[in-house]
Design a protein around this ligand. Structure first.
Ligand code: BGC
Length: 743
């Protein structure tokens, strides 16, 4: 079959889009309209699918979990030539951090504190995904996560709403471009609305209890930023939010999202979530579930077929007015019209290979990985290493794992192709002997259902004898080496969906091996590959150099080697605190003060069995150079409610190599209608400075930075109160000033 290539849409005014949508709507039967609200899961794990049949009768508006350009074209042909109103399908998939060229996981991208590089990464992801025939990605994931036990922390931007909002907008711009319709972009989906990251105990899917103030001040800002950036779609979350499932939550989906924020796109459920309202103890049966979800404002049913099975009956009996159906269908058709799918429904099957071969894709991925890495420790300037080393040992089962390097959430059918850390080091040290010893294997105690979709082939657990032999072999390699690079952390399937854990320690025998290697007295560098903060207390005291490399993607191994050997200088900062223990979760810097401040002699410390403070605070990260931040200036000692205050500070590279600093601004409102957090990030900028160079950074504090949603008053407000302000290189910044907001 010869298909037209996927061209973009020609620009269309809102009026043109509306009139095309209305023309379509007026010719559609009720069954076809309900079809548009139905997303078909075309995958082996959804039994009994006959996609052609369903599509031919106009029974599907979108298809997900399929990842095959030829099949896209075949199914699209049925939709646009054989279905009653010939409406094209939207093909959707989770393209979270890259399609073929894999980028660092979203938590790592947030560690770059660089919205521009984040935007470019998602531009590349969109270009490849669209070339494969996809129109719609289920990203960005915008859930604030303050409990690192929650496995999905890897998919988001960490603990902070301000950083999260910046990363949200950047990702939407990257995926969608300036406006929907470009031939090399996709529609984005802000998910999971809302509060998913605050599940009880960090256990995935468990209920969430959050006050309106927490939701509005902490959990909503990234979602609102996505709406402002023009995101086309939203996905509702699975879990109960304050006892109402997010997928049947009218307050979230109608009052906040559409009513307050003016969102014009459509909302899709999470997978099977409409049907699962029954399982969740909210809906009586499928019919009740369809009624509750659609009435609450959920437009498209992902894969549960509950809308398809029950909406006709509900309309016919008069429980659901056709206007509600029409309103949902309009939002979906409008996206299809804006995307230009009616004019260009097909994808050229040769396009993907050309697009993936573009050299800048890999270059962007390597650059993004370098930008995202965080130097946690570097005693005695052990890093950067010399390229004249002759005998190096690389140790750790993750060091040569392509899956661990690419991280969680690979698109269906993707074959991991990353440069591993071992390969990256070998490429850098072509004249040295680089000996590799994996050491004991690590694995989850309880396997994951998601493992069946990719990753490493399933293996029997290593026997005690084999584990011990691998342990000893690693020590032999370490003894022979001048320097040891330990690559430890978590496998890709240890974070992500359904991948929560109670402990945040290094899994398996990794710390035991680390201790044994350090005891040999050789210089040791620890490279961490992981998708969440880990409690690496022993390493933080005893290993001189620690690089947090996250799950760095296709070019990850090269990027790690670039940093280790000084071809790139680390400049990332933690987007989430590293705790001393998993049982300290949730832990976040922007806590409220208390009547008994931590560290005061009165009363007791927060725990009597150790410090509750983070091992590494939010915003923390070192460089190969040093910086000083001085000359903090505020445009006026007072600012009127509603006005803008300008803050400047100078940052100087005081070391001998060029490097990046992320200058961060935090505020604290001393009193007010509600208690306010002891610190809140309200500005940041990542700058590159040559040795001796100084730059002046300018921040603006206006009503959106100085206001908040008050529980006491029940609305957004700005108090006329005194504020503290700090500018520095992490959330413990000490350079201080004060100002007041006045009426
Ligand atoms: C996840 C979503 C994802 C969806 C579709 C669900 O299990 O929670 O994040 O987009 O599946 O694959």
């Amino acid at each position: 079959m010869a298909f037209k290539t996927n061209k973009g849409a020609t620009a269309q005014s809102d009026a043109e889009v509306t009139s095309r949508v209305e023309a379509l709507l007026s010719q559609m039967s009720l069954a076809e309209k309900i079809g548009q609200l139905t997303q078909l899961g075309v995958a082996e794990f959804v039994p009994g699918q006959k996609p052609e049949e369903v599509i031919r009768r106009g029974g599907a508006g979108s298809v997900l979990w399929l990842n095959n350009t030829k099949r896209f074209n075949e199914l699209q042909k049925v939709a646009v030539e054989e279905s009653p109103s010939k409406i094209p399908l939207l093909f959707a998939l989770d393209v979270i951090h890259g399609y073929r060229t894999v980028f660092p996981v979203p938590l790592a991208m947030a560690a770059s504190w660089d919205p521009a590089v984040t935007e470019r990464s998602q531009t590349v992801a969109a270009r490849e995904a669209r070339a494969a025939g996809l129109h719609w990605t289920f990203a960005p994931m915008l859930d604030i996560a303050r409990d690192a036990r929650w496995g999905r922390i890897v998919e988001g931007a960490g603990e902070d709403p301000y950083l999260g909002a910046a990363m949200a907008a950047a990702q939407v711009r990257g995926f969608q471009g300036k406006q929907l319709g470009a031939s090399d972009r996709v529609v984005a989906c802000a998910k999971h609305f809302a509060g998913y990251g605050a599940s009880d105990g960090g256990r995935d899917y468990d209920p969430v209890y959050l006050s309106e103030s927490q939701l509005r001040n902490v959990y909503f800002p990234p979602f609102e930023a996505a709406v402002k950036a023009g995101v086309g779609t939203f996905m509702s979350a699975y879990m109960d939010l304050n006892d109402v499932p997010a997928s049947g939550n009218r307050w979230l989906l109608r009052d906040i999202l559409r009513g307050e924020w003016g969102f014009q796109g459509f909302v899709v459920s999470d997978a099977f979530a409409v049907g699962n309202l029954v399982m969740q103890g909210h809906a009586r049966d499928g019919r009740d579930a369809a009624f509750r979800a659609l009435s609450a404002g959920l437009d498209m049913d992902m894969a549960s077929n509950t809308y398809a099975d029950h909406l006709t009956g509900l309309v016919e009996e008069g429980s659901i007015p056709t206007e509600i159906i029409d309103a949902s269908v309009r939002t979906i058709l409008a996206i299809k019209v804006r995307m230009g799918l009616f004019e260009n429904p097909y994808t050229d099957e040769g396009l993907l290979a050309e697009v993936v071969a573009l050299p800048e894709h890999r270059q962007e991925s390597r650059f993004a990985a370098q930008r995202s890495m965080v130097l946690l420790r570097n005693e005695g300037h052990l890093l950067p290493l010399s390229k004249t080393l002759k005998q190096v040992a690389v140790i750790g089962t993750l060091a040569d794992s392509k899956t661990a390097t690419e991280g969680s959430w690979m698109v269906f059918g993707h074959v991991p192709a990353a440069v591993t850390v071992l390969e990256g080091i070998r490429a850098k040290l072509s004249n040295a002997t680089v000996e590799y010893a994996p050491g004991p294997e690590i694995q989850r105690d309880i396997a994951s259902w998601f493992d069946s979709f990719g990753g490493d082939p399933k293996k029997e657990p290593q026997t005690v004898e084999d584990s011990e032999a691998a342990f000893q072999a690693a020590l032999v390699a370490a003894r022979r080496a001048e320097l040891v690079i330990m690559v430890l952390g978590e496998h890709a399937n240890m974070s992500g969906e359904a991948a929560s854990r109670a402990s945040l320690d290094l899994p398996g025998r990794q710390e035991e091996l680390l201790k044994a290697v350090v005891a040999l007295g050789k210089p040791v560098v620890l490279v961490l590959l992981n998708g969440r903060p880990l409690s690496i207390n022993w390493a933080a005291q005893n290993v001189p150099a620690i690089l947090e490399a996250w799950e760095p993607g296709t070019e990850g191994g090269h990027a790690v080697a670039d940093i280790l050997f000084g071809d790139a200088v680390p400049g990332g900062k933690l987007p989430v605190a590293f705790p001393r223990s998993g049982s300290h979760m949730p832990l976040y810097y922007s806590r409220n003060l208390t009547h008994s401040p931590e560290g005061s002699p009165m009363y007791n410390p927060r725990y009597w069995d150790g410090l509750p403070t983070p091992l590494y605070p939010f915003g923390y990260g070192l460089s190969y150079t040093t910086f000083s931040i001085t000359n903090l200036n505020i445009s006026a000692p007072q600012v009127k409610v509603g006005d803008v205050l300008t803050v400047t500070a100078d940052v100087t590279n005081t070391g001998t190599v060029a490097g990046d600093e992320v200058v961060q601004l935090y505020i604290h409102q001393r009193a007010g209608s509600d208690s306010r957090p002891m610190r809140l990030l309200k500005g940041f900028e990542r700058v590159t400075l040559q040795p001796g160079e100084t730059k002046t950074i300018t921040f603006q504090l206006g009503p959106s930075e100085l206001g908040y949603w008050s529980t006491n008053v029940g609305q957004w407000l700005q108090d006329a109160e005194a504020f503290d302000l700090w500018v520095g290189s992490d959330s413990l910044a000490t350079l201080h000033a004060e100002f007041a907001v006045v009426r």
